[in-house]
Write a protein that binds this ligand. Structure first.
Ligand code: SF4
Length: 240
């Protein structure tokens, strides 16, 4: 027996411990160019203004799906799917992500990860098991708290971008433009710094009221990306 095969894996690091808030068996949008299943991990330490999944923020919520069920459904779709995306919530909040990503690989699927970079240490640990990352950068580090409600969020997210850049894993950077928080200058500054750090232009995303809390939807008051940046601003960037 090798040392690896005799190692005892703590329960919290096993796939079965993953707290799952939802499961989508087929998605064509969660990993560009791939047909995937998406696992929505429960829990997130932040409370972003425009969060579309606020029900996934509370880590104490009873899981909606057991990993054993996800595993069975993935086995049944082996010939149909390219990969599995772990989304959230914030998937790197849970040590069990590592066990789950390993199992997904063993089943023969690619592994995609959506992260906002809240846990750089765990992100670094899981990156060797990941084939593609969609990482959210939400603002310049100094103004992150206005989006996330967390004073430590900016440093963590920007460090996570460095980790993803240095990992050799394929990735996409996303920046959601929030008219309730962002200014035109702030978006230009964030975009320039993302490009300087990663060499990649972020995809600009629209903050939409659907799924957000009622206060945010009221505050948004029908405004969108074009109320912050002009049609001719940042013409080389993809918008969605
Ligand atoms: S990081 Fe993502 S899941 Fe967490 S609060 Fe922000 S938008 Fe929601």
């Amino acid at each position: 027996m090798t040392a690896a095969s005799t190692a005892i894996v703590p329960y919290v690091e096993r796939a079965d411990a993953l707290s799952i808030g939802g499961f989508t068996p087929y998605s064509g949008v969660d990993w560009p160019g791939k047909l995937v299943a998406t696992v929505f991990a429960q829990g997130c330490p932040w409370q972003c203004t425009y969060c579309h999944n606020p029900a996934l923020q509370d880590s104490r919520t009873t899981p909606a799906v057991a990993w054993a069920d996800v595993r069975d459904r993935l086995r049944a779709r082996r010939d149909l799917l390219d990969g599995v995306v772990f989304s959230g919530g914030e998937p790197t909040r849970q040590p069990a992500l590592i066990g789950a990503a390993r199992e997904v690989r063993e089943l023969g699927f690619g592994v995609g990860l959506h992260t906002a970079g809240a846990y750089p240490g765990r992100l670094a640990a899981v990156l060797p098991l990941v084939d593609w990352v969609g990482i959210d950068i939400k603002a310049t580090p100094e103004t992150y708290a206005a989006v996330t409600g967390s004073e430590v969020a900016g440093d963590r997210a920007w460090l996570s971008l460095e980790l993803v850049r240095d990992s050799g894993v394929d990735y996409e950077v996303r920046l959601t433009v929030d008219p309730t928080v962002h200014t035109r200058e702030g978006i230009h500054d964030a975009v320039a710094r993302i490009i300087r750090l990663s060499g990649r232009a972020p995809v600009l995303q629209e903050a939409r009221p659907q799924g957000t809390n009622a206060d945010y939807a009221a505050k948004l008051a029908g405004r969108g990306m074009y109320d912050v940046i002009g049609v001719d601003d940042l013409p080389d960037l993809t918008r969605r």
